[in-house]
Write a protein that binds this ligand. Sequence first.
Ligand code: PLP
Length: 396
Amino acid sequence: MANHAGRHFLQIPGPTPVPERVHNAMARSMMDHRGPAFCEFGQKLFADVKGIFKTQQPVIIFPSSGTGSWEAALTNTLSPGDHVLVMETGQFAVLWTKMAERMGLKPEVIANDWRSGADANALEARLRADSSQQIKAVCVVQNETSTGARTHIDEIRKAMDAAGHSALLMVDTISSLAAMDYRHDEWGVDITISGSQKGLMLPPGLSFTAVSQKALAASKKATLARAYFSWDDMLAINGSGTFPYTPPIGLLFGLAETITMLNEEGLSNVFARHERLAEATRRAVKAWGLEVWCQDARAYSPVVTAVEMPEGHNSDAFRKIVLENFNMSLGTGLSKLAGKAFRIAHLGYTNELTIMGALAGVEMGLELARVPHNKGGVSAAMAYLAQAASPATAQA
Ligand code: PLP
């Protein structure tokens, strides 16, 4: 039987490890979700969550995984037959496209090679060609979790402005919120979608939708059917700190705690920590002589690194060896990457030593699985992290 002493290394890009402080916060007794204590708590929570999105606009919280907020974004702002433009970046962009089809929308895809972020120039060209403004929404994933490629959302906004196009900008930050820089208001995003189980360090079960005034105006005219995921029902009652139906109270207690933790560390420090751990991971991969799946250095993800398996080796067989021998879960290759790549997440409640443990597990696994590689990935990552430690910390 495998040795499962010590803690499991959950190095997948969500769900991510939940901090003990958050477990404790969620363990509180239930309360009356329409009573004064909950309403006071809820009002503060709805105000505080805005800071994570960098918005002054409402943030709606649904009891669902992130996919629920995708659905809400489409059904609340669009009408049957509306054209939407999806920037393909990987599997999650594909799933969003499929959902749009199921909703009776007409999605069009700007294809990409799944090894880079979305192409803002291609977007601008397509929108310029849409002189009658048929396209009602542009959908982009900020961090494509399946490939480890990021898209620069400020550049997407600039492309839309340069084309003079009025489509709504919808951004999926499900695996990037609270892990990499995000500015809903400053970047002029109309709908930002997120989920609880990644950068927010919570269990799955909450999804988030930050909206703009333009998105709210669109929701008044849109005719797709919506019921449980109605923004209006939420917004009508969120102001008093509660929900139109029974909220997931425990998860909301946890959310209040993770917001406190993120603010204690400071969001910019949280983002810098993710960048540091990602860089250490890529240095290890390169020292092993393996390929980072993302081929564009500007698009390297601070959240997850997908690693290409050498020809003739299966990434899932390798992941199985790592799990059985070292009690670590690595991310599987999704869709086109199945069997061809594994993913190392450096997301959420993770630090220098946890990523070093994970990289040691990968290096030992490569040896056990007889995957051709050079030694020294762990040392390369360690050298980088030691040098990246701030001088003040190094002297202390
Ligand atoms: N979008 C991205 C970028 C994701 O990473 C995920 C999940 O991993 C989803 C959408 C789907 O979210 P959920 O599984 O929370 O419904």
